[in-house]
Design a protein around this ligand. Structure first.
Ligand code: ADP
Ligand code: MG
Length: 323
């Protein structure tokens, strides 16, 4: 049973960045509008996510760390079935089975908070403690009890940079949540939560890019595209700055990339790529987000229509900005 837990955990928890993503999504789900994330040693040594959300009621704490959505999982074969179901209800149980976890949580209705410690899936302590409203989760020594998995991690510096990417995408995806991100005691960025996407881009990527952003906001044919296009002269040498969200989820997608690059075509130098942050919204039935729940791929229903929509509007927006 414990082995199955650890294998299942490997599917949800690949590396520190995936832990951070799950914990921040839980924080946002709990209604938090301020989330602080601090990591040490690339997130392998320590990840702390603190929120001002609902907190967890004392009677619900142990339950939160039990695998619920997929408690039917009893053999290795079932793991394959999970792919199609999505991994909901897996994060805390998975993370706590492969790390040392400390949680401090308090709801507004409770007078005291609780500190709960669980290491490698085993409860260590459950005690009353004074705490502010909200939840703070500390994850230490990721994969300390699964050395085979730990071997697949890259250097702390590289793992830390993956966490940084995830934090940037979360901040860009949630403009009304205030984020603060700290890596090895160094303040990386913070956002105000005032809803201004342009200001978030400024705070993450700096002044050079943000002074010359071209806003785009178009709706057509069941698609809505909203965000900012970098000044055509600001070219990049890789696609890391083609930042796409589909219905509020960060994705990497070839159709969107190609369409964006085609829209920029006359401005781009050879082998260069644009800077863009784009939120695409469309009817959920027109996009399959469950190609793999933990991965960044999606599959669109009508690719040619989407391609034309993005390319045409990017082109038109850039052209009208020039004049
Ligand atoms: P899921 O989010 O899919 O329900 P998780 O394992 O991520 O599964 O979380 C289990 C449960 O723990 C959540 O459903 C929620 O009730 C509770 N929980 C987790 N993190 C928080 C948090 N930061 N604030 C409040 N409740 C939380
Ligand atoms: Mg969750």
């Amino acid at each position: 049973k414990n082995t199955i837990d650890q294998i299942a955990a490997g599917e949800v928890v690949e590396r520190p960045a995936s832990v951070v993503k799950e914990l921040v999504e839980n924080a946002i789900d709990s209604g938090a509008n301020a989330v602080t994330v601090e990591i040490k040693g690339g997130g392998i040594d320590m990840i702390r996510v603190t929120d001002n959300g609902s907190g967890i009621e004392k009677s619900q704490i142990r339950k939160a760390f039990k695998r619920h959505a997929t408690s039917k999982l009893t053999c290795i074969d079932d793991l394959y079935t999970i792919h199609s179901l999505g991994f909901r209800g897996e994060a805390l149980s998975s993370i706590s089975s492969v790390a040392q976890v400390d949680m401090i949580t308090k709801t507004a209705d409770d007078l005291t908070g609780t500190r709960y410690t669980i290491n490698g899936g085993e409860e260590i302590s459950f005690e009353e403690i004074g705490a502010p409203d909200g939840t703070s989760l500390i994850v230490r020594n990721l994969f300390y009890n699964t050395p085979a998995r730990k071997k697949f991690l890259k250097t702390p510096q590289t793992e830390g940079s993956y966490v940084g990417d995830v934090m940037e995408h979360l901040a860009l995806d949630n403009p009304t949540v205030s984020f603060h991100y700290i890596n090895n005691k160094e303040d990386k960025f913070s956002t105000t939560g005032n809803g201004d996407l342009k200001e978030i881009i400024y705070r993450i990527y700096g002044r050079d890019i943000s002074v010359s952003l071209v806003p785009i906001n178009v709706s057509d044919n069941g698609y809505t595209l909203e965000g900012y296009l970098g000044e055509p002269s600001i070219n990049r040498s890789n696609r890391n700055f083609e930042i796409f969200f589909v219905n509020g989820r960060y994705v990497k997608d070839k159709v969107m990339s190609k369409a964006l690059e085609e829209g920029y075509k006359q401005y781009l130098m050879m082998h260069k790529f644009p800077f863009a942050v784009l939120h695409l919204r469309l009817d959920p039935s027109m996009v399959d987000v469950n190609v793999h729940p933990a991965k960044l791929e999606v599959r669109f229903g009508n690719q040619p229509a989407l391609y034309d929509f993005i390319k045409t509007h990017v082109e038109n927006t850039l052209r009208s900005h020039e004049m």
